[in-house]
Every structure is written in C-alpha cells, then in structure tokens.
Design a protein around this ligand. Structure first.
Ligand SMILES: NC(=O)c1ccc[n+]([C@@H]2O[C@H](COP(=O)([O-])OP(=O)(O)OC[C@H]3O[C@@H](n4cnc5c(N)ncnc54)[C@H](O)[C@@H]3O)[C@@H](O)[C@H]2O)c1
Length: 334
C-alpha cells in the first residue's frame, strides 16, 4: 500500500459498505479498510462466498483491536428493503457482490439476471436514497465482448458475448442513468483477471490461477482451455484494492466514470504455465482442452485513463503476485 493512501485515510473514519464481503475482492477490501482504521459493514448471501472469509475478517478485527470497525449482515441484495437498511449512514459503497463466472451464466442465465442485475439495481437505488457520496462498483472486461481490438479502451466496446457480460454492461448503463437523472456519482471498474489471496480454488467455476494452483499443489493434472495462446491481463488483488481506494480519494469530476482495472500487460496461458514452472519445477502436468464458449480469446487492458485520472500505478509483476498468492494457497491446501 502506498504512503499516499495511508496518509489520506489517517485520522478519517469513513463508513463503508462492502457487498460480496465473503467473496475474493470483498474480503480483501474489507481487510484493507479495517487496516486503515475505517468502519466497514459487509453484506453477503453466501451464494458463492465463504464463511471462513468472514471469520478471517472478524479475527483480524479482534486481533487488531478493531472489533467496533466491522459489522456483517447475512442477506441477499435481491431484497430491496434489506439494501435500504444496509445503505443507511454509509459514506461509500464498494459493490462487489455478483456471481463471477462467464460459463455459469450460460448454464443458468436467470441467476445472473437476479444476482448481477436486479441486485445491482437495488443497492444502487438504496445508495442513491441514502447518505452515500459515491458508489464504486465492479464491472468486467466481459463488456468488451465482440470488440477484439487490443488493448481494450474504455470508449470502444462491442456486443456482449455472454449473459454475464450483458449483466455487467447493464450495470454501467444504470449507473450512468442514475448520474444523468439524479446526479448520483459512481465509479465502475472493468476488472480484467484478478488473482490472489482469498480467491476460491474449490468452486466448479473457479478462475484459472486458483484452479491450476490447487491442482498442482494436489499433484493433479490441470487443463489449459484452448491451445494456450489465449491471453489474459492478470492483476494482483492488492493493486485492485488500491484502485478502489483511489476512487474514494480522488476529487474526480462529478460523473459516472468507468475505468479499466488491470495490469496493462497481457500474458498467454502458455506463458503463465512457464511462470508457474519457475515456482514448481518442470514436472507439473497438464493437458490442452477445448476453448470455452462465451470466453474472449485475447484480453489486455489499456489503463491510461485510470493512470491519468486516478493516479493508478499497479505495483505487482505476475511473478511477485503469484509468489504472494502461493503463500496463501499453501496454507489453504497443503
Ligand atoms: N475476480 C475477477 O477476476 C473478476 C473479474 C471481472 C469482474 N469481477 C467482478 O468483481 C466482483 C467481485 O468478484 P470476486 O472474484 O470477488 O467474486 P466472488 O464470487 O469471490 O465474490 C462475490 C460475492 O458476492 C456474493 N453475492 C453474489 N450475489 C449476491 C447477492 N444477491 N446478495 C449478496 N451477496 C451476493 C457471493 O456470495 C460472493 O461472496 C464481481 O462483481 C465480479 O463479477 C471479478
């Protein structure tokens, strides 16, 4: 964490609502906010989130004398009344709750309409009606869809390729409409591929790094979907927490801005395997499988806008981020 972030939060006690607090990004955000001495309310339905993450946040708060700083609500954002209660007396919302999977959205689209769209609308509207100064939310690189120009630039999107992508695009449209209609400020982050501590390796829809690392640590073979030339922009979680905090700190012109949030570099899956070999040796075993429906083939964020307007400066190389992540997965899996 930069000195600038530490200094900005020093002496302040702002009230944050973190939705999806039992999930990967939400847990990391809640922990960092507590570390910075802020007051955090977390909410999660546990549809994919883990109770152990909430226990970890509670333990962290207890061990660091911040028990007053964290409150948790178990509940579903599909409940509009609950959203109103959760948003009461909150200064900033980090909306991370959603089901985070492209392939799952093709199997059960209705789940994505409720948890990724209707739930988003409920918490956005509750925040507008409450004391919330800025609504900061997770969009996704999936909104680029059919636009395969690399690197992806914010103003140049295609049509969504999945129900997941459609839901995220709808979120952005609502956020813009709420600014244009009500002057309600928001910042949307189009996350690319985030990885790191507290990312679930056990779900059937787990992301590529946790799946592969879990298989390697369990001495199992993993599958590369496609021929390995597929590229992804992998960004370590601490950099993603930083960009969210910058969205609170910056006096951005009142708006409903959307920013790419990634490392700004793309890596092929074959290159990711090589980096993992640097940690585990050459005898890790894998097979090539079919390319997954709904996925985009190449992905790389242009982060110029976030650098220029928010002062975003991702710090972790893939090797450094993986080193941190492996430390976590070794305690979880071995
Ligand atoms: N992790 C990534 O690489 C990535 C990439 C692009 C976008 N995103 C987006 O970032 C956000 C956070 O992703 P993540 O990786 O932490 O996912 P995650 O699955 O680890 O966490 C999401 C959390 O939201 C909760 N949730 C879902 N629907 C809910 C509802 N209706 N009410 C209350 N809680 C609900 C889940 O139980 C879970 O704990 C999501 O919006 C995701 O779509 C993530």
């Amino acid at each position: 964490m930069t000195e600038e972030i530490k200094n900005w939060f020093k002496g302040k006690k702002l009230r944050f609502l973190v939705t999806g607090a039992a999930g990967f990004v939400g847990t990391n955000l809640a922990l960092r906010l507590l570390e910075l001495g802020q007051s955090v309310t977390g909410i999660d339905s546990f549809i994919t989130g883990r109770i152990s993450n909430i226990e970890h946040i509670n333990n962290f708060a207890r061990e660091n004398g911040k028990t007053d700083g964290f409150k948790f609500i178990k509940g579903d954002l599909n409940d509009a009344e609950l959203c109103k209660k959760a948003a009461e007396n909150i200064d900033y919302v980090f909306h991370e709750a959603a089901i985070a999977s492209v392939p799952w959205s093709l199997k059960e689209p209705h789940l994505f309409h409720s948890n990724n769209d209707a739930a988003f609308f409920n918490i956005l509207n509750a925040s507008r009606l409450s004391t919330v100064k800025r609504f900061i939310y997770a969009s996704s690189s999936a909104v680029y869809g059919t636009n395969s120009n690399m690197p992806s630039v914010e103003d140049n999107i295609g049509e969504p390729l999945s129900v997941y992508g459609a839901a995220k695009l709808t979120n952005e449209i609502y956020a813009k409409a709420f600014f244009n209609s009500f002057g309600f400020e928001s910042v949307g982050f189009r996350y690319f591929n985030i990885y790191g501590k507290f990312q679930d390796p056990y779900s059937a829809y787990a992301a590529v790094i946790p799946i592969w690392v879990k298989k390697i640590l369990s001495n199992e073979r993993f599958i590369i979907n496609g021929d390995g030339t597929t590229t992804r922009d992998f960004c370590y979680i601490d950099d993603i927490v930083d960009i969210n905090l910058l969205a609170v700190m910056r006096e951005v012109e009142k708006s409903a801005g959307v920013y790419n949030a990634g490392s700004g570099k793309s890596v092929s899956l074959n290159a990711l395997v090589q980096t993992l070999k640097g940690f585990f040796g050459n005898d890790i075993s894998y097979d090539y499988g079919p390319f997954r429906d709904g996925d985009i083939k190449y992905s790389e964020a242009d982060i110029t806008k976030a650098e220029r307007e928010l002062g975003f400066n991702p710090k972790f190389s893939l090797k450094e981020g993986l080193e941190q992540s492996l430390r976590y997965y070794k305690t979880l899996i071995l």
